[in-house]
Design a protein around this ligand. Structure first.
Ligand SMILES: [Zn+2]
Length: 225
C-alpha cells in the first residue's frame, strides 16, 4: 500500500494506473452498469479477462467453490486485475431446500477456497438460481456477507447464441443495473466484445457491484440491488 500511495502521488497529475480508474467512477454522477458472471471460473474465463483488461472494464465474478479448486490461478488473476469476487456456494444447490448446517458448509468451504487464492474473504454472496429466503439471507448475513441478486438475467445459458445474448444484454441494460451472465457459457464470452462496445457507445461505465453500490454502502445480511 505504501508503494501504491507513492505511485498515486507521483502520478497525480498524469494518467492513473489502470487499477485506479474504477476508484474515480462515481455512479451517482455517471451512468453505471455492473456485469456479473456466475458459476466460474471456467476454461473460457481467461479470454474474458483478456478482453476486460483491454477495454479497462471491471466485472464481478460469483464463483463456485468446486470450480475454484479446478482453476485456482484464474481466481488469483481475477482478483489481481481488479475484479470483484463473490461466493456462489461450493456445489450450486438450491439453498432453501437445505438444512442450516448444509447451507453454512456450502458458504464456508467456498469462502475458504477463495481466501486461499486472493487473501480475502468475499463479502458478497449470490444464491444459486436466485433461490433464497429469509433464512438463507440470515445465514449469509451471519457470515458477514451481503446478498447480491440482479436486475436482469440474460438467460445466456439457455440462449447459447452470440447474437441473442448480445440482444438480451442490450435490452436489459439500464442505469445502475446488475446483469447476470455466465462465464461458463462460451457464446457469452464470444459476445462480450460487441456487447462492451455497444454499452460504451450508450455511455455506460462498466463497474463492479461494490463500485456501483459504493454511495449506498453494502451491509451484511441485506439483499441488493
Ligand atoms: Zn449459478
Amino acid at each position: 500500500m505504501v508503494i501504491h500511495g507513492l505511485l498515486a502521488a507521483s502520478l497525480a497529475m498524469t494518467a492513473l494506473p489502470a487499477t485506479d480508474v474504477q476508484a474515480e467512477i462515481n455512479c451517482s454522477r455517471v451512468k453505471c452498469l455492473a456485469l456479473t458472471f456466475d458459476d466460474g471460473p471456467s476454461v473460457y474465463t481467461p479470454k474474458l479477462l483478456d478482453l476486460l483488461k483491454k477495454e479497462r472494464v471491471k466485472a464481478t465474478f460469483f464463483l463456485v467453490g468446486a470450480q475454484v479448486e479446478k482453476y485456482p490461478s484464474i481466481v488469483r488473476r481475477e482478483a489481481a486485475e481488479g475484479h470483484a469476487i463473490g461466493n456462489h456456494t461450493y456445489s450450486h444447490p438450491s439453498l432453501p431446500t437445505l438444512l442450516d448446517n448444509e447451507i453454512l458448509d456450502e458458504i464456508h468451504t467456498t469462502q475458504e477456497l477463495i481466501r486461499q487464492q486472493t487473501g480475502k474473504l468475499p463479502t458478497m454472496f449470490r444464491p444459486p438460481y436466485g433461490a433464497t429466503d429469509d433464512r438463507v439471507l440470515g445465514l449469509a448475513g451471519s457470515q458477514d456477507m451481503s446478498q447480491v441478486l440482479w436486475t436482469g438475467t440474460t438467460l445466456d445459458w439457455s440462449l447459447r447464441n452470440v447474437e441473442k445474448i448480445k440482444a438480451a444484454v442490450l435490452r436489459l441494460a439500464k442505469r445502475d443495473g446488475v446483469l447476470l451472465m455466465h462465464d461458463v457459457v462460451p457464446q457469452t464470452v464470444q459476445a462480450m466484445p460487441a456487447i462492451i462496445k455497444e454499452l460504451k457507445k450508450h455511455g455506460y461505465h462498466l463497474v463492479t457491484v461494490p463500485t456501483l453500490l459504493r454511495g449506498k454502502g453494502m451491509e451484511a445480511g441485506v439483499s441488493y440491488p
